[in-house]
Design a protein around this ligand. Structure first.
Ligand code: HQG
Length: 183
């Protein structure tokens, strides 16, 4: 992916997850945007996309952040929204353990309140440890927490899996978090 593609991919993330109003775009209740409308409005703001470029960004994105509708007319972000949309995901049973990558500087606060969704719509969890290390590194010295997802599910707490494999839940209470020995 070229630098130009990366820049346009980041802008697509910004618009579809956080600020559609930045270019006067409206998403539907499930977070979908009309591709033609997006291209026109982004173009009016100096960001030049074509349908081919968008298809390439969707295909090549490292975290599969975006999805095209079956008819190919619309696009949405798979997860990570701060705006209030309903991904309409079905609750599914999670594996016994999922991982959350955070930074050591948040440890004290997380011990008190558990994991909160903060500015996003969900707490994000991963199936593998390596992903959690990468996610945590974005915030500082990474700290990987083990979330007892199976036990939470057994108590009726809902889990969802986004189309790119990221696991989502509303919150993780402190009693469901296992800390690494040094944490
Ligand atoms: C932390 C990326 C203090 C939480 C990734 C995290 C992910 C608390 C930060 C996706 C806390 C929020 C999401 C508490 C949670 N006290 N800190 N009680 N509860 N936190 O960016 O999970 O590249 O909103 O641990 O791959 O880091 O954008 O969430 O450190 O899937 O596609 O508050 O974003 O994907 O940070 O990342 P974020 P996240 P993209």
């Amino acid at each position: 992916m070229t630098d130009q593609h990366k820049t346009l991919s980041k802008f697509l993330s910004l618009v579809l997850r956080h600020e559609p109003q930045a270019i006067g775009l409206t998403l539907d209740a499930q977070g979908w945007a009309e591709i033609d409308e997006f291209i026109a409005k982004a173009g009016a703001h100096g960001k030049l996309y074509s349908r081919t470029l968008i298809e390439r960004i969707v295909r090549d994105n490292d975290k599969q952040r975006f999805k095209l509708s079956d008819d190919g007319l619309r696009i949405r972000a798979n997860q990570g929204h701060s705006i209030d949309i309903d991904l309409a995901l079905q609750p599914i049973e999670p594996p016994a353990t999922l991982y959350h990558g955070t930074a050591t500087r948040f440890a004290g606060s997380i011990r008190k309140t558990g994991l909160e969704k903060r500015s996003r719509q969900h707490v994000h969890l991963s199936l593998d440890r390596d992903t959690a290390v990468k996610v945590g590194s974005r915030h500082g010295t990474p700290l990987v927490l083990h979330v007892r997802a199976g036990a939470m599910h057994a108590q009726g707490i809902a889990f969802y899996r986004a189309d790119n494999g990221v696991w989502l839940t509303d919150a993780v209470a402190p009693q469901f978090i296992d800390w690494p020995a040094q944490g």
